[in-house]
Design a protein around this ligand. Structure first.
Ligand SMILES: [Zn+2]
Length: 123
């Protein structure tokens, strides 16, 4: 899960109908200091670059932090730095279905990869 807000969507010219999309603006999680600090730590760790683009050698700024294991299903991992994945908006849309906040097939595949890395102690 990322941290879309109404403000971000409204300022994004690609999204002309912001309110029809799934939003998390009502979720107090994303306005806590603890989240803001963690989000910054995650972005710092990737040099503010999209990690999903980096996998195919593209350098693009990250503006969203994705929860690889979704908060809704895995609240126990919501504060874990290893579960956070800085991405650009285009990649976030590939990982999460904007209409319902659920993981896409690519999002599930990324979670499975992290699962394997954790199983062998890489994360
Ligand atoms: Zn990207």
């Amino acid at each position: 899960m990322g941290e879309w807000s109404i403000e971000e969507q409204m300022s994004d010219p690609e999204h002309k109908e912001p309110f029809k999309y799934y939003t998390k603006e009502a979720d107090p999680f994303y306005s806590t200091d603890r989240w803001r600090h963690l989000r910054t730590a995650a972005l710092n760790r990737s040099g503010y670059m999209c990690k999903y683009c980096a996998r195919i050698g593209i350098r693009k700024p990250a503006d969203t932090v994705h929860h690889i294991y979704p908060r809704k299903t895995y609240p126990q991992y919501q504060w874990c730095l290893w579960n956070l994945y800085p991405v650009c908006r285009a990649c976030h849309n590939k990982l999460e279905d904007r209409t319902n906040g659920e993981l896409t097939d690519e999002g599930v595949a990324l979670m499975r990869r992290l699962e394997r890395r954790r199983a062998v102690g890489l994360e």
